[in-house]
Ligand binder design. Structure first.
Ligand code: FES
Length: 137
């Protein structure tokens, strides 16, 4: 009798494949149906400025930038997501363009240092809980 489950179960001890485009962090900047939509009454997102800096300074090598469609929590617009090996952090309600400047400066500093540095305090003030707590039942 053979064990067919062994054929479909991945070897959990095997190292995961690695991408040649490994970054220290990734920032997703939402410009979906609400974030940045000044025509709908939301604060602006300086997306062209962000993209220009990232491209000119080649920050993607360290902090990958993703300009995304709707990330889901539109009630928290404007939303930014920061992903690192330590986890995913959500930030929302960003109305001050200076917060975006702080994210740019943080990415520059991470790029120069070659490590993930603490996030800017101005961004930390916008942290929110994205996921529902597990049900007690
Ligand atoms: S448009 Fe940004 S969270 Fe929906």
């Amino acid at each position: 009798m053979s064990d067919s489950s062994a054929l479909s179960t991945p070897d959990e001890t095997a190292p995961l494949p690695a991408t040649a485009r490994a970054a220290l962090a990734q920032v997703a900047c939402c410009v979906g149906c609400c974030c940045g939509r000044v025509d709908r009454g939301f604060p602006p997102v300086p997306v062209e400025r962000i993209k220009e800096v990232w491209k000119r300074e080649k920050l993607n090598r360290t902090v990958q930038l993703t300009i995304s469609g709707c990330l889901g929590p539109c009630d928290m617009a404007n939303v930014i997501l920061v992903m690192t090996a330590a986890g995913t952090e959500w930030f929302g309600g960003i109305e001050d363009e200076g917060v975006f400047t702080g994210v740019i400066d943080w990415a520059r500093a991470c790029h120069a240092a070659g490590v993930v540095l603490p996030l800017p305090a101005a961004l930390e003030r916008h942290r929110f809980c994205r996921f529902a707590a597990p049900s007690a039942t």
